[in-house]
Every structure is written in structure tokens, then in C-alpha cells.
Design a protein around this ligand. Structure first.
Ligand SMILES: [Fe+2]
Ligand SMILES: [Fe+2]
Length: 315
């Protein structure tokens, strides 16, 4: 392993027997790279551009056959595979997710509805895919390929039935509840893939970097859009988590976290993995909140308000 000493990868310096502090510095490195305010601002300002001319972000070339167990850093293969399997069960079935979100958005913001779920005919046949779906639907095959290369077996996905569209008499409240859930799911995916990048290298890490960038892209867009549409409610939510009753806000975070962890075989994780992932959750949230505090109502209105198309290139 000597030739790997002081080698660097997408998450900074590689350590094959990492201490908590070494993994922590890899988490920080990735946060600075992918969750700095300029990067997040760019991802949000991309949204009105995508309303007009939807273009999915191209992936780098990936040498799928070079995936190997040696690219996993000091993490048991069974645990790694259980996490990949759990992620797959959460990612699929993307079509149902996008169509539910599209329906909640349709009457409130048709452009955003098109971004997530594309266009459908009267008989519900899809005539154009949403950009969110186009990007997300690459995740299931990518994770399946990692699983297959590592085990020589095809993974069996535990298809879940996502909640379907269930409107009340208040579309704004429906969308708010639905949107918060979407944001939490994207946020959890960001944290999980970011942490997995600290525990991998080579091709596996490269694939996770693609997934991570997609999830950050979506999280930023949904978050910023939510801030614009529900400015007061949303700001209160974030504030409650940072100042208000810290015990209750912490408990809410823990509940969300537990729900997600159940699908990822959390019980088999060593304590250091758990601490690293909790640290990642806190660090990502810190960066998101810092960026979020820079989003003034005027700025968001210029992006998403009725005159937004005139100022798409604001800097
Ligand atoms: Fe995804
Ligand atoms: Fe996602």
C-alpha cells in the first residue's frame, strides 16, 4: 500500500486506516468543494435557465469495469453493500416520485412542475421527461452496477410504493408538506453520498461524486424555490432549527435520520461510521444554512417572480 501514501483523490488526502479526524478533514474538503456559497448560488441561479432550456448535467466518463473492492476504505464489504442496497431502495422508483411532485406543483408553478415531472397529456401519458427525473434516473443503474461489480450478482431492488398525490382543499399547504419531505430526502442523500466519498476512492468514489453533484443540485434548487414560495414559513423552520428550542429541533433531525438509517442497515454500523455520518449531516446543514441566509426576498423574486426571465443571467 506504500505507493498510496500521501496520495490524493476527490476527497483530499487518502488514509487507508483513517482516524475520525482524518475522515473529518475529508468531509470538510468535500463541503468546501461542493457546498460553498458560490457553488450553491450558481446551482440555484441555474433553475430559471433550466425552465427555459432544460439541459441535464453530463457525467464524466466512467470505467465501470474498474470498480473493485480495494476502492472501499476500511469499511466492511457487507456494510458497504447494505448501504448501496438501502440507497437503491430509496432512489427507486423515481417515476412515481416525480409524477407525485409534478401534480402538487402543477397549479402553483407550472414551470417548476415541468422541471420535476416533465409534460403529460390529458390521458397521463408522459410526452416530455422532467429534468429532475432525467438526472435522478441515472442513479439506480449506477448503484446497481457498483453492487453487481462487487458481488458478481444482480441486485434485487425492494420496490416501495411512494405516497401518491393526495390533494386537500389547500394546494399551497399540500405543496409545502410535500416539498419539505422532498428537501429532507435530497439532503439525506447528499450527506450519505458525501460521507461514502470519504470512505471510497477511485472509480467508486468517482461515481458517488456524480450522484452527490446531482443531489446537491436538486437540494439547492428545491430549497431556494421553497424559500421564495414560502419565505416566512421556511425561514421560521430554519430559524427554529438554529436558535429556538434546540432540544426539539435536534429530536426532529434524529427522527428523520433514524427513518433513513433503518433502510441502510444502521444496526450493523460501527460506532465510528455513525459518528462520521452524524458529523457530515451537521456540516452539510451548516453550509446550507449559511448560504440560505444570503438569499434575500428581492434576490429570490428576481429569480422566480413573474419578471424572472428578463434577468436570468444575474450575478
Ligand atoms: Fe438520487
Ligand atoms: Fe435526489
Amino acid at each position: 500500500m506504500n505507493h498510496y501514501l500521501n496520495a490524493r483523490d476527490l476527497a483530499g488526502e487518502i488514509c487507508y486506516q483513517p482516524t475520525f479526524f482524518q475522515t473529518k478533514s475529508r468531509v470538510k474538503y468535500l463541503n468546501q468543494k461542493y457546498l460553498n456559497s458560490a457553488y450553491l448560488r450558481d446551482r440555484l441561479e441555474d433553475l430559471p435557465r433550466q425552465f427555459i432550456n432544460p439541459q441535464s448535467r453530463p457525467w464524466q466518463n466512467i470505467d465501470w469495469n474498474s470498480i473493485s473492492q480495494s476502492q472501499i476504505i476500511n469499511l466492511e464489504l457487507e456494510v458497504f453493500l447494505a448501504i448501496i442496497k438501502g440507497s437503491l431502495d430509496t432512489e427507486a422508483p423515481i417515476r412515481d416520485y416525480t409524477q407525485t411532485s409534478r401534480q402538487y406543483l402543477e397549479t402553483i408553478h407550472p414551470q417548476m412542475a415541468r422541471f420535476v415531472g416533465g409534460k403529460v397529456r390529458q390521458d397521463n401519458a408522459i410526452i416530455e421527461l422532467g429534468l429532475w427525473e432525467k438526472e435522478e434516473r441515472q442513479h439506480t443503474p449506477a448503484l446497481s452496477k457498483i453492487y453487481q461489480q462487487l458481488t458478481g450478482e444482480k441486485v434485487v431492488i425492494g420496490w416501495r410504493k411512494p405516497k401518491s398525490y393526495n390533494p386537500s382543499d389547500n394546494p399551497h399547504r399540500d405543496l409545502y408538506r410535500h416539498g419539505l419531505h422532498r428537501i429532507i430526502t435530497e439532503y439525506s442523500a447528499v450527506c450519505l453520498y458525501l460521507w461514502l466519498m470519504t470512505r471510497t476512492t477511485g472509480t467508486i468514489q468517482q461515481i458517488l461524486a456524480e450522484l452527490l453533484q446531482d443531489e446537491i443540485n436538486h437540494l439547492t434548487k428545491f430549497w431556494g424555490f421553497g424559500m421564495w414560495l414560502y419565505s416566512d414559513k421556511f425561514r421560521q423552520q430554519i430559524k427554529a432549527r438554529s436558535t429556538g428550542n434546540s432540544y426539539h429541533s435536534m429530536m426532529r433531525l434524529v427522527t428523520t435520520f433514524h427513518r433513513m438509517m433503518k433502510t441502510l442497515a444502521w444496526d450493523y454500523w460501527k460506532i465510528n461510521y455513525k459518528i462520521e455520518l452524524i458529523y457530515t449531516f451537521a456540516k452539510v446543514l451548516e453550509n446550507m444554512k449559511f448560504w440560505s441566509s444570503t438569499l434575500t426576498p428581492e434576490y429570490l423574486e428576481r429569480l422566480f417572480g413573474s419578471n424572472s426571465t428578463e434577468i436570468i443571467n444575474i450575478k
